[in-house]
Structures are given as C-alpha cells and as structure tokens.
Design a protein around this ligand. Structure first.
Ligand code: SF4
Length: 379
C-alpha cells in the first residue's frame, strides 16, 4: 500500500508508548516533492514504478524523461536552480561505478548508496562540494542489484579489523554518506527493504545510517535482528534552530531514538557538526541530559556516540555561500586551522587549542550523562 501519512503505518503498541495519532506529531512533516522525474531505465524496474506511485500519491507532478540523463534542472540563476532541485525528486538507476564500494573510515568499512541528495536545507550541509550540479534528490530504482552487490564485501574492511571495540559488529556498511535515507523513506520504502535484507543476511554484518528525521514508524516492526544501527544526528538547540531547515526538530529526533531503542535496534548519536557557539557547554549538556531522559527505562540499550566538529573545505564553503548567501554560519578561514586531507586539499577545522578544550569536555560529558554509551570517535 502507498504510505500516505507517517501515522498510517504505525499500529498502537504499548511497548512503544505512542499512539498512531501521537506518531504523526512526533515524526514531523513528511517531504512532498513538487515534481518527480523518472528515467526510462528506472521506469522499467518495479521499485522505480513503486516509488513513482508513492511520489504521485504525495501530490508530485510526474515527468517521464525520454532519455536516462537528467535534464531540465537549470534555473535562471543559482538560487532558482537550488529551489527547483530541492523541490524535485528524480528516480534513476545508479551508475555502474557505484557497484565498486569505497571505504568510509571512521564511520564504517564500506559506503553504499540508496540515493544521492536530501530535501533538507542545512546551511552547513555535508553534501555541498562533494556532489556536483544542482542538489536534487536522486533515488535509485535498482535497489535489488545494489543490495545483492553488498554480499561480496562481507568479511572485508579495515574498520572492523583494526578496531577490537567494534569487531562484534562485523562488516559495517554506511548508507547515509550522500543522503538522509529516513527523510525520503515515505517515498522510497528502500530503507525498510534494506533493514530486512541485513536482518536476513547470513553473515556478521551491520547496516548503519544517520538521520535528522524522525518518521521511524515503518521501521519499528521489521525483523532487523539488531543488524541495523540508526544514529540520530543531534546538535545544540541554537545550532539546530539557526542552521537546520526542513528536518525534524531535535525533540522529535530524540523521541524517535527512544522508539527505535524500544524496538530493539542498536542506536547512536551523531553529534554533528559540533560548534563552540556562545554557551556551548550548557547547550550540549542539555542535549545529553535530554537523550539520557529519553532512554530512561529502555532495557539493554546499545548506544554509540560519534562526535564530529564543524569543518569545511574551500569548495564546500563556496557552494554553501552560493546556496545560503545570508548565512550567519562561521565560514571564515581566518578562524580555522588547515588540515590536509588525503586528496592533497585542505579542510578548515577549529584551531588545536579549541579542539583539545572541546574534546576533553565532550569525553567527560558523555561519561557523565550517558555512562552506558560507547564513544566511537572524535574528529
Ligand atoms: Fe545536508 Fe544532512 Fe542536512 Fe540533508 S540533513 S541537508 S544531507 S546536512
């Protein structure tokens, strides 16, 4: 059935402590693209047509392309192209090069992609500078092929072999490098299929994704066999308020974290991007205290924490300033230290003293507020 509303898919379950009506409020508004493009190759696949039907049911105008290349996305200027892309969904087949997986330390052994692009409007967006062209959300119709391709990678990867702490997780596969898969799940259904695939996979493997959305209802009843770790991307209240648009609120994400933990999923926090805004210690203390309160009473919670400070490159800075010319985000190179990346370019990170100060504070705060959590890394 086509999912019409976050509430439709959620039975009232006393264990979840939430009714279907509450779920609709708790899960936030679902993105409704104004138009959906589909290529001929994507239309030939059942998953492509199913996503098209979902998008149409959410009110999108259908545009069937005559060729497999995406066209018709350029606006008169960068702002218009941005607006057009962010209100559009494209259903395509992923390029053959995507079948050769790339590592993604320190998050996971391998990255793979269900989609590319995201409908939200974060002024620090990680995708700026790493994807080319207007930021349209492309979803992949060849999901079966994408998942089957993962099988060859079980038992491989460096994150597990070099990290005793994480060895029990098996080979880890990250699905949110280029998208927020939960933010588009009501249109794709792909995350549900992926969670089931990992649940049934007869090898030590883990699916990982991170999200700033909260519509977890369709995931709660799946046979996940604890093979999927969902991490909620959280931040200080003022950072979320000032720089995140079109996402679920932090309170909704924390509520979703509780619901997923109650449903037996391993969970996590991706605290990112950490910024030393005025009063940051107080704001991040409140965040951790809220998470602690939300997980209160959840049995055997398996919680990890990833701590990622704000950084940018010259390329991402330029793209972000084009998308959000009035942003108050600190993108001044003078306030940062240069850190060479493996491609020979530079990332701009906080200066060393600032980093050490923040790192010690966060290490101590996680232990204080969430003593049962495992911190995976700080960067
Ligand atoms: Fe970018 Fe993530 Fe925000 Fe989407 S949710 S706009 S991918 S930072």
């Amino acid at each position: 059935p086509v999912l019409q509303d976050a509430a439709c898919s959620t039975e009232t379950d006393p264990k979840q402590e939430i009714s279907a009506a509450d779920a609709a409020l708790a899960e936030g508004r679902l993105w409704r693209p104004r138009r959906v493009f589909i290529t001929p190759d994507a239309y030939a696949l059942p998953h492509g047509r199913a996503m098209l039907e979902r998008a149409e049911n959410f009110g999108a105008e259908v545009i069937r392309l005559k060729q497999n290349r995406l066209t018709g996305l350029s606006g008169e200027d960068e702002r218009k192209a941005y607006a057009l892309a962010k209100t559009s969904l494209a259903i395509v087949v992923s390029p053959p090069s995507a079948r050769k997986l790339q590592p993604i330390p320190p998050s996971a052994d391998w990255q793979f992609h269900l989609a590319q692009g995201c409908p939200a409007h974060c002024q620090y967006c990680y995708l700026a500078g790493s994807l080319s062209g207007p930021p349209i959300t492309r979803v992949y119709a060849n999901l079966d092929e994408i998942l089957e391709n993962l099988r060859g990678y079980a038992g491989t990867g460096k994150v597990t072999s070099t990290s005793a702490e994480r060895a029990h997780e098996g080979t880890t596969f990250e699905a949110s490098c280029y998208t927020d898969p939960l933010g588009i799940e009501h249109l794709t259904g792909g995350l549900q299929q992926t969670v089931r695939f990992f649940g049934q996979w007869d090898a030590p493997v883990q699916l990982r994704f991170t999200t700033k959305f909260a519509a977890v209802g369709p995931l709660l009843g799946l046979e996940h066999r604890r093979r999927t770790r969902v991490r909620f991307s959280l931040n200080a209240a003022s950072v979320s308020r000032d720089f995140e648009g079109g996402t679920a609120t932090v309170a909704q994400r924390i509520r979703a974290l509780r619901r997923m933990a109650l449903a037996g999923y391993p969970v996590g926090l991706t605290v990112a991007p950490i910024m030393p805004v005025e009063g940051w210690q107080t704001e991040y203390s409140t965040l951790f205290a809220d998470v602690g309160a939300a997980l209160d009473g959840v049995d055997a919670v398996d919680l990890t924490v990833e701590l990622i400070t704000h950084r940018f490159t010259a390329g991402s800075r330029e793209v972000l300033l084009g998308w959000y010319p009035k942003t108050t985000l600190d993108l001044e190179k003078e306030n940062r230290s240069e850190k060479r990346n493996k491609f020979g370019g530079f990332k701009y990170v906080y200066p060393r003293d600032r980093m050490s100060e923040m790192r010690s504070w966060f290490d101590e705060a996680v232990v204080r507020f969430l003593p049962y959590a495992r911190t995976l890394y700080w960067t």
